[in-house]
Ligand binder design. Sequence first.
Ligand SMILES: *Cc1c(COP(=O)(O)O)cnc(C)c1O
Length: 410
Amino acid sequence: MDVAACRALDAADPLARFRDRFALPDGVIYLDGNSLGALPRATAARVASVVEAEWGRDLIGSWTAHHWIDLPRRVGDKIARLVGAAPGEVRVADSTSVNLFKLMAAALRLRPDRRVILSEPDNFPTDLYIAQGLVDLLGQGHELRLAGPDGLADAIDGDVALVSLTHVNYRSGRIHDMAEVTRRARAAGALTLWDLAHSAGAVPVDLDGCDADFAVGCGYKYLNGGPGAPSFLFAAARHHDTLTPPLSGWMGHAAPFAFDGNYRPADGLDRMLVGTPPVISLAALEVGVDLMLEADMAALRAKSMALGTLFADLVSARCGAHGFRLASPADPAGRGSQVCFAHAQGYAIVQALIRRGVIGDFRAPDILRFGFAPLYVGYADVWRAVEHLRAVMESGEWDHPEFHRRAAVT
Ligand SMILES: *Cc1c(COP(=O)(O)O)cnc(C)c1O
C-alpha cells in the first residue's frame, strides 16, 4: 500500500462526498471523532435560527409553534433508526451518566428479588461509578459484581438483576456480542443495559433484534451533536408501562402543565424524562443525526473496518521498530471504529502528533487511541497520519519536555 493506492481508494469511496458536509480546519487529520465528533457545516445555521428566529422572535410560544417540546421524542425516533429500535423506544435527555442512573435504578426495581448489577472491570469509569453510587444509595444489600470478558458468561447467575456493559470498549474498541450476552442474560432471568457511546453511528446495532432491555448512548461522539450534546436512552416497549423512574421530574409527569402536587408517571417512555429539554443542544444534535441517517450503515461499517486495518497495517509496516503494541482486536470485525496502540511514551507521542495536526487521544495508562469516523476521514488521511507518527518517532520529537506536561483533559 502506498499513498497513490490510498488516493485511489478515496476516489472510489461512496462516502467521500460527506467530507465536505463537515467544517474541519485545513491541515487537521481528525482521528478523535470517537471523543468529540466534528462540526457539521449545517449546525451553525440551525443553531442560529433556533436562537434568533425561534427563541429571539417567538419566545415562549416556540415550545408549541416550533415543536420544541417534541424534540426529545423526535430526535429519539431518528436515533432509534440507527440502533435497531422502534419508534417510541428512544428519548433524548440528560447526559449518559444520568441516563445510566435512571435506567439502572428502574431495572433494579423490575427485579426486586435480585441484588446484583454485573459489569466488567474495564467498563468506562462513569458506568462503574454510577453503579457504585446507586448500590450505596439503595443500601439494601445490592452489589456491583465485576467479571472480565472470559468470566462474564458464567457470572450471569440467578442473583443478577442487570447486566450493564459498554458494547464497544472505549479503550480497546473490542465489541461484545450483544445478541449472545443478551440471550444468556434473559435465560438467567436478568435484564441488560447496553452503553452505546462508541457504537451509535459507528457500528450496526440491533437492539430489538437482540431483545435488549435498555440502552444509553452519547450524542457528541459519532453522532456529531456538539460538546455536551444530550444523551439518548432506550427501553424496549415491553417495559414502558412498568418502569418506575427514580428521578420523578415534572417532564416525566402524566400532565406536566396540570401542576398537580402529586407525581403520576407519564404513559410510555416519556416518564423517563426529568426536566426541561436543552432545546439549542437538541437542535444541534438533530443536525448530526440527520447527516448520519443519510449514510448507508453497511458502507459506513465497511469503510470503518478498512480504515482501521489500513492504519494498523501501516503502523506495523512503517513504525515497526518503535515499540507499538496493538491494543485492539486484530480482526476488524471484532472492534469498533477505533484502533489503539500501547506504548510507554503514549502521552508524549500523542501530544507531538497533535502539534502536527494529527488529533488522536491518550487514555491512561499507556494507550494511544485513534478513531476513524468514516464520514470525514479518508484513506490518504490515514497514510499521512502514519507518516507523521513515523516522523515523530524517528526524529525523537516526542521527547520534547512540553509534550510530557499533562493537561487536565486528555
Ligand atoms: C463518552 C462516554 C460516556 C460519557 O458520559 P457523559 O455522562 O456524557 O459524560 C459514557 N459512557 C461511555 C462508555 C463513554 O464512552
